[in-house]
Ligand binder design. Structure first.
Ligand SMILES: Nc1ncnc2c1ncn2[C@@H]1O[C@H](COP(=O)(O)OP(=O)(O)OP(=O)(O)O)[C@@H](O)[C@H]1O
Length: 269
């Protein structure tokens, strides 16, 4: 017997459809399509300038695409941001570290919608901030100015901001660049735990060696998505070489091709 009401399949966490983004005449992304399901850590792999940050900013709705769409849980990025559904941990270079804010104040920003900046924190906000700082091992640094932190500590503070926000989707742009091993392990552990709770993590990284332990799936990107698959498939040297020309990452993994899904013919340059 069939049910009278057909079940609508749940929307994926992130769905990018045929996205093209240009900075004036420079095309940074061309016809990018990507589906990221719920409950996964998904890796975005690409060399410098391959368009990873542009894709993140497009997913966040910060950049307006020339064409194509981005859906967050089936709706617009603007709605997702307003509902604090999605959080963005930027590259360190994109943050003004001289800004006179304490660690606690940065994490508290995760508790305010952008329209609510002047609201006085309530007890549950303060508790959420303390809990998040505890989880990333930064509770002892709560009153320190953000400029007085190491690279790894700064990243942990921004991860804490995403935790305090309670976002169901977290984007992390190069979270392991310039980061010490302790911070990397803390962040990786937290990301795996968030995914186990059903949340979705999209992470861009150059660090291929961290990929198998961290990610459930990954995509190789060079202005467009070249291929996607499991980390083991994506990391096959021949796939990296096919995607990027000579293997620019000098990966030490496996030696055969196959398994990964090529989406586009590899691009030159
Ligand atoms: N604001 C901008 N104006 C003009 N061009 C830009 C701008 N931001 C990025 N680009 C260019 O767009 C392309 C993609 O840049 P993007 O920052 O998205 O790459 P990326 O993969 O994040 O690189 P990286 O790993 O170095 O951060 C590059 O050629 C870059 O020079």
């Amino acid at each position: 017997m069939t049910s009278q009401h057909a079940q609508t399949p749940p929307s994926p966490a992130i769905e990018v459809r045929d996205l093209t983004v240009a900075y004036r005449s420079l095309v940074a992304l061309r016809s990018v399509s990507l589906t990221v399901p719920w409950g996964q850590v998904y890796g975005l792999i690409g060399t410098n300038g391959s368009g990873k940050s542009t894709l993140f900013k497009s997913i966040m709705g910060i950049l307006r695409p020339n064409s194509g769409t981005v859906l967050i849980n089936g709706g617009s990025a603007a709605i997702a941001r307003r509902r604090s559904l999605i959080s963005y941990v930027p590259q360190s270079e994109d943050v003004d570290w001289s800004f006179p804010l304490s660690v606690r104040e940065v994490v508290m920003m995760g508790r305010y919608g952008s329209l609510n900046w002047l609201r006085t924190p309530r007890r549950k906000d303060r508790t959420a901030v303390s809990d998040a700082l505890e989880k990333v091992g930064m509770a002892d640094f709560a009153d320190r100015q953000i400029g007085q932190l190491s690279g790894g500590q700064r990243k942990r503070v921004f991860v804490a901001r995403a935790l305090a926000q309670g976002a169901a989707i977290v984007l992390l742009d190069e979270p392991f660049t310039g980061v010490d091993k302790t911070s990397e392990a803390t962040i990786s552990f937290l990301l795996r735990r968030l995914a186990a709770e059903g949340k979705t993590i999209l992470v861009s990284t150059h660090d291929l060696h961290s990929l198998p332990g961290l990610c459930d799936a990954a995509a190789l990107i060079n202005k467009t998505v070249l291929l996607h698959g499991t980390p083991a498939e994506v990391l096959k040297p021949d796939n990296l070489a096919l995607a990027f020309g000579a293997n620019p990452f000098a990966a030490r993994h496996g030696a055969t091709t196959g398994g990964a899904t090529f989406v586009h013919a590899p691009l030159a340059g």
